[in-house]
Design a protein around this ligand. Structure first.
Ligand SMILES: *[C@@H]1O[C@H](CO)[C@@H](O)[C@H](O)[C@H]1NC(C)=O
Length: 453
């Protein structure tokens, strides 16, 4: 009898646990952001269906649409996709938001029939602006509106004015030119600025599959990284953490790497914590660059601390950049699809622990992470596939590992750039002595350097 009772009890306990588990999974699904998969966005593909494309290539285009789409969650709360095929006239193949599952959308994409005809790209852009974005219930302020124009020829009508009109309505335009018949200047007229971000040219239709990852990344950046950081004369998409965490108010100003540059002195009473939801409401893009220019002294240089971490609601790190002075290592932690939920890689034998100013940079991609210290490429370590972060916890800067105590250190820069290309542009010339050694464009820098000295 005892057995029976206990087995029933076990069954009940088990059911309870299952329910609890189901409940928490459902909750997780809601809160595990908010990566690009799920960031809300209205996305319209405007694809060339003129004679020059040919049947076989049009099939490739359809496969391409499907492949890009599979990386987004489709639905009213997430990404809505529309498709316009055009030649002489635009044809509404898929109205924006018509399908609420990936499978239905993909089926619809696969059944698009190639039309043939001339190339009137301008008319098609206007059509998408008025008849797709214009009719979307998710208003212009609500979600990102992105149009991707794919063409293989020169337009037979005017594109600049209609593209400008679309941009004025908040539509972000990407232009992809396929083959040698396209005109670079026309693609630039269609797309947003800078052209280096919004214009793509590929040799032929076979080559468009090679830009799927970068297109996905760019689409992602538009939704996940609305903020801009002024860098030199450009505006880079990303997050300036010193600004977001309000260091100007919380910490004392101090001299930075050079005379005349400012940094902040973080002391133990300062708390650099913020709700992740307010810093990264839509998570992070699949690839990004983490940059920190910092200095720390004394016992800190031999301790283990998180320069940056994003915690789950119960305080577990799901992402972190950890410095361990004792072991002279830098660790990078991120989410994982594996049951462990996180993964950590370790860069060893670092020079970061000599109490001098250093710039450390992590280039994170979908496959790996590379560490740079003062522009020297140190090492690349592989990463397993990651998942979106939970945004219901806290993001913290400068905390001892597993503790809430703030580490005393000085910090001049702490940023996350969404565009992985920023890795090449963001040099460590702010670090004394670096420029003159590692750069080919050093003459100018060296002179500046001498002047400063
Ligand atoms: C789409 O993905 C499938 C499966 O990975 C691949 O075989 C195909 O070549 C891709 N098509 C394009 C156009 O990228």
């Amino acid at each position: 009898m005892d057995y029976k009772v206990s087995s029933i009890r076990n069954v009940l306990t088990c059911m309870c646990l299952m329910l609890l588990h189901m409940f928490s999974v459902a909750q997780d699904e809601d809160l595990r952001s908010k990566s690009c998969r799920t960031a809300p966005c209205d996305l319209v593909f405007i694809v060339d269906g003129s004679w020059s494309v040919q049947d076989v290539n049009f099939e490739i285009v359809k496969g391409w649409l499907v492949n890009i789409t599979t990386s987004f969650n489709i639905g009213q709360k997430f990404t809505q996709v529309g498709v316009v095929q055009y030649s002489d006239d635009p044809l509404l193949e898929i109205p924006l938001g018509k399908y609420s599952t990936n499978r239905d959308l993909i089926t619809a994409m696969e059944s698009i029939q190639y039309m043939g005809g001339n190339t009137r790209t301008g008319t098609a852009i206007k059509f998408a602006t008025d008849k797709l974005f214009g009719l979307s219930e998710r208003g212009p302020q609500g979600v990102s509106r992105i149009a991707v124009v794919l063409t293989d020829g020169k337009s037979q009508d005017e594109v600049f004015k209609v593209a400008e009109a679309a941009r004025n309505k908040g539509v972000i335009l990407f232009a992809i030119g396929v083959g040698s018949e396209t005109e670079e200047s026309e693609l630039r007229n269609i797309a947003n600025k800078p052209s280096s971000t919004y214009v793509f040219s590929v040799k032929d239709y076979k080559a468009i599959s090679r830009i799927i990852q970068v297109i996905r990344q760019k689409l992602c950046e538009e939704t996940v990284c609305p903020a801009r950081i002024p860098v030199n004369s450009r505006e880079e998409k990303g997050f300036d953490l010193l600004m977001y965490l309000n260091l100007a108010k919380k910490a004392k100003k101090t001299r930075g790497t050079f005379y005349g540059t400012n940094a902040f002195e973080v002391t133990t009473p300062v708390d650099l914590s913020e709700a992740t939801r307010s810093l990264f409401p839509d998570g992070l893009p699949p690839s990004y660059v983490f940059v920190a220019t910092l200095k720390y002294k004394g016992s800190v240089a031999v301790e283990e601390w998180d320069l940056w971490r994003i915690q789950t609601l119960d305080g577990k790190p799901q992402m972190a950049v950890t410095l361990n002075g004792g072991a002279r290592t830098v660790m990078f932690t991120t989410t994982s699809k594996a049951p462990t939920e996180t993964q950590t890689v370790t860069f060893s034998k670092q020079t970061l622990f000599d109490e001098k100013w250093h710039q450390m940079k992590l280039l994170v991609t979908e496959e790996d992470v590379t560490l740079y210290v003062d522009d020297l490429e140190i090492e690349t370590l592989p990463l397993e596939p990651s998942v979106g972060i939970f945004i219901n916890g806290k993001t913290q800067v400068g905390k001892y590992v597993r503790k809430e105590t703030t580490v005393p250190f000085e910090i001049q820069k702490l940023r996350i750039y969404c565009d992985p290309e920023q890795n090449k542009r963001e040099t460590a010339c702010e670090i004394p002595g670096v420029v003159s050694i590692f750069f080919s464009a050093t003459v100018y820098h060296q002179n500046v350097y001498k002047l400063i000295l």
